[in-house]
Design a protein around this ligand. Structure first.
Ligand code: NOJ
Ligand code: CA
Length: 680
């Protein structure tokens, strides 16, 4: 059923539905209906319909505590309050400047019917692009201790859905290739999980505003019935808390098609506004780095003949950055602690002491003269106590030399974050446990005090906290480009076109696009990038991040300087973004308008299948002609046999044109549209 047909169906249905039940709430366009009820045993549950389609069947709700009585039964609805909102708010940086927050809210308060007199509420917000709901537990003495041992929120899904997912609570955190499968193959999955129902309706299950709580996995308990499985702390408690508290929002994005998910602002809308005040010091931009050289074994993080982070090399990188208009140079391996098995030696990293061949003041003075900042790097190897002990000094140092952005790293297997308690005892935690969620918030606050932004690698999943803390400028949190280096099986061909519809729904990713030497270990090596060169360019538009790296060694850009021009030109901060076409795991086309400018950029990528895609240019301004610089795969291009066959051409185009994109296997297209000045 198309959107209009659904709307009329729901409008008709809504009248009787609203009259019959006090516990439904509809989206402003009337398409999505969230229904809440309790059964004979006082167990709360909900369901969700999209038009006439039940997309979430009856699903139980509740919290269980270590000592207090649970909130999953013996409750009755005491009050229902409703509210509607239609406002806009502005992002200091982002994929769009203005975000509309239009939703209908229902606050349902439950009262316990046995045991002490207690209340709690479920707040539901229904937008045209989906739903968020959360538990709110007030400060009532009757609760006593409320350490949470289970949250039993269910998502009862249609059994014939197709899912795109990565395993939950596994050794490599979020860094797995995505799997496309029926629900039956899922045991435990990280969110966001993307689903296509048999009808073609698409859902994404995730969470928003994960603050002082544990991240959850989707845990399939019975066929099609998934439950929030909160990541435990090392002491077994899922969340140590006190009343009053609220949980993160449990989110369900709903769309008639795949691209609708990409155009949703649900996660951001459910986060709290900017808590930092003036954030003009948070600077989107592009950077290069002493980074890929280590990943392709040309340099080392540790000291010695091949040490990458030298003063001299950093200055040469600053020269390159200045020449081509990059804002920063990331330098990894500048600080002591990398020698030996750095993966397992998190306790010995210093965050203030440089190796003797790296002079932090010399490079930052040099960069200042050229308008290029050093980008700081703190690899913790997951030892958060060692990091926390030095954090203030480390950020003070960076602030004193003008560093505005720090990439942090938490390389440690899942469950391997190291925390030493006040008695000197070591505990091992998960990256998305409450302990580590708190750590990340602590880092952001310390950094913000010094006007520093954070780009977290091996992070907790993104739940939209960039709205509240705009200095959380980007993060990794998926298999990035680094897997196409010399140490791992490369990302499969459908990886990028799946990331766009899964990981990217949660927020910006520091994917690090722009590898130009695609066969860096020689043409016969399995270690390579499985894409065409044009696909690498298109990623700057397809994968949103306010900071984007030109990830390759600077010297590799000289070989294709005409293609490199796109990386030089493409902005990282946008007025507006629109996903135009695509299917999960197959292809995606994005258009984005430069923030504060009139240029539009388009990026399209495909998987292993070559495709011709027709794209209407209706996003362009009416009556305006544009010079389009098109970077496209050549006729013989193929990710494996001929990744460098490409064409850069100019065309004059306008809003009325239909553009045919020809993408090679593993290919892509990148376009810059610049308005042509009108004759007087
Ligand atoms: C993993 C990060 O993802 C990567 O970018 C970095 O180079 C290494 N850790 C070392 O910090
Ligand atoms: Ca990583």
């Amino acid at each position: 059923m198309n959107r209009l047909a659904r709307a009329s169906f729901v409008l008709l249905g809504a009248v009787s539905c609203l009259a019959a039940s006090a516990d439904d709430v509809l989206s402003p366009d009337g398409l999505i209906r969230f229904s809440l009820s309790t059964d004979a045993e006082g167990r709360p549950s909900y369901s969700v319909a999209y038009g006439d389609e039940v997309v979430i069947r009856k699903s139980m709700l509740g919290l269980r505590f270590e000592s207090a009585l649970p909130l999953d039964r013996s409750v009755e609805i005491a009050a229902v309050k409703r509210r509607s909102q239609d406002t806009t708010w502005t992002q200091p940086w982002g994929e769009r400047r203005t975000v509309r927050d239009r939703h209908n809210e229902m606050l349902v308060t439950f009262r316990s019917t046995d045991g002490p007199d207690r209340e709690f509420s479920i707040r539901v917000r229904v937008f045209d692009d989906g739903i968020g709901f959360r538990y709110e537990v007030p400060g009532q003495d009757a609760y006593g201790a409320v350490d949470i041992v289970d949250e039993v929120t269910e998502f009862h899904l249609p059994i014939d859905a197709t899912a795109w997912w990565i395993p939950g609570r596994a050794w490599n955190r979020y860094e797995f290739p995505y799997k496309e499968s029926g629900l039956d193959e899922i045991a435990l999955a990280n969110t966001p999980v993307t689903l296509r129902l048999a009808s073609g309706t698409h859902l994404s299950l995730h969470e928003a505003a994960l603050v002082d709580y544990a991240g959850y996995m989707l845990d399939q308990r019975r066929d099609g019935i998934f439950q929030t499985n909160l990541t435990p702390r090392s002491d077994g408690i899922r969340v140590k808390t006190k009343t009053p508290f609220v949980t993160p929002w449990r989110t369900i994005q709903v769309s008639p098609d795949a691209v609708g998910l990409l155009n949703s602002s649900l996660i951001l809308n459910l986060n709290e506004p900017n808590a930092l005040g003036d954030v003009s010091w948070v600077e989107p931009g592009k950077y290069i780095g002493i980074w890929w050289a280590m990943h392709v074994n040309e340099k080392t993080w540790g000291s010695g003949d091949k040490h990458g982070a030298t003063t001299e090399s950093t200055k040469r990188h600053i020269d390159f950055a200045a020449e081509h208009g990059f804002d920063g140079v990331l330098v990894e391996g500048w600080n002591t602690g990398w020698d030996g098995d750095w993966f397992n030696n998190g306790a010995i990293f210093s965050f203030t002491e440089s190796y003797p061949d790296f002079d932090i003041r010399a490079v930052t003075d040099y960069g200042r003269d050229k308008g290029v900042r050093l980008i700081g790097h703190h690899e913790t190897s997951g030892h958060i106590s060692n990091y926390e002990a030095q954090m203030e000094d480390a950020f003070d140092l960076y602030e004193s030399v003008g560093v505005r952005q720090v990439k942090t790293g938490y390389v440690a297997d899942g469950g391997g974050i190291q925390r030493v308690d006040e008695n000197g005892v070591m505990h091992y935690e998960w990256h998305d446990s409450q302990v580590v969620v708190r750590h990340f918030e602590h880092v952001l606050k310390e950094a913000a005090e010094r006007r520093i932004s954070i780009n977290t690698h091996e992070p907790v999943k993104d739940t939209g906290l960039r709205r509240t803390y705009p200095n959380w400028i980007s993060r990794e949190g998926a298999r990035g480009q680094e897997y196409n280096a010399a140490w791992a099986k490369p990302n499969p061909l459908e990886h990028n076109v799946t990331l766009a519809y899964t990981r990217m729904l949660s927020g910006p990713m520091d994917f690090t696009p722009g590898i130009f030497d695609l066969v860096h270990q020689g043409p016969d090596s399995e270690f390579r990038v499985q894409s065409t060169l044009m696909h690498q360019l298109a990623l700057y538009v397809v994968f949103y991040s306010p900071i984007q790296m030109a990830a390759d060694l600077p010297e590799n850009y000289a070989t294709h300087s005409d293609a490199f021009q796109f990386i030089v030109d493409v902005p990282t901060d946008w007025e507006e973004s629109v996903a135009l076409a695509g299917e999960v795991g197959d292809f995606v086309v994005f258009a984005r308008q430069e923030r504060g400018g009139d240029d539009w950029y388009l990026g399209a990528i495909t998987d292993e299948v070559a495709r011709d895609i027709e794209v209407p240019l209706s996003f362009l301004v009416a009556g305006q002609r544009y010079e389009a610089t098109i970077y496209r795969d050549g006729d013989d291009a193929h990710w494996k046999d001929d990744p460098y066959d490409y064409v850069v051409e100019q065309r004059v185009l306008s809003r009325k044109d239909m553009l045919e994109l020809k993408l090679a296997a593993g290919g892509g297209t990148a376009i810059r549209f610049s308005p042509i000045a009108k004759a007087e």
